[in-house]
Write a protein that binds this ligand. Structure first.
Ligand SMILES: Nc1nc2c([nH]c(=O)n2[C@@H]2O[C@H](COP(=O)(O)OP(=O)(O)OP(=O)(O)O)[C@@H](O)[C@H]2O)c(=O)[nH]1
Length: 136
């Protein structure tokens, strides 16, 4: 038996670009890319969680605009996560990397060029399908 971890993540938009974050060398899934966020704490709402995590990890204040379909991914017998994505806009703050190795601001059509954590792949595909209008 294992508990399913509830994890929020933020698709932070500014000027039609999305903030993509590379996990650190010493984190699980080292050097893979993710939408920043983290585990929901006891008695915390999903929205409060994503705002707290983004302030803690990146020193940014964000506003939640919308939510996307939650995805579930089983990494192993012991680790299964429910990933709750929010579309967010940047409000204020100077970007500071507290945990991540690197961030990149990418257009929707460029998202599939990164090596994403497995749980994020359905979210990336959904974003590209919806918002990348490149025909070529
Ligand atoms: N924040 C975030 N976490 C993700 C994403 N995709 C994904 O698989 N995860 C996983 O969800 C968990 C989020 O935990 P966390 O960010 O609060 O903490 P952590 O990396 O220190 O956790 P861990 O060391 O227990 O794996 C991690 O296991 C992380 O690998 C994502 O897009 N954003």
């Amino acid at each position: 038996m294992h508990a399913i971890l509830r994890v929020t993540c933020a698709i932070i938009m500014a000027d039609d670009k999305i903030l993509c974050a590379q996990r650190g060398k010493n984190m699980s899934h080292p050097l893979q890319w993710e939408f920043p966020g983290g585990k929901v704490e006891i008695a915390e709402s999903d929205e409060a969680c994503i705002k707290r995590e983004i302030l803690e990890e990146l020193n940014l204040q964000i506003e939640v605009q919308d939510s996307l379909q939650t995805t579930r991914h089983k990494y192993s017998e012991e680790k299964e996560i429910e990933l709750i994505p929010f579309i967010c806009s940047y409000i204020d703050g100077e970007l500071k990397l507290k945990e991540h190795q690197e961030v990149r601001w990418l257009a929707f059509c460029e998202l599939q060029n990164l090596n994403w954590t497995e749980a994020d792949l359905p979210i990336v595909d959904e974003l590209v399908k919806k918002y990348c209008n490149n025909k070529g």
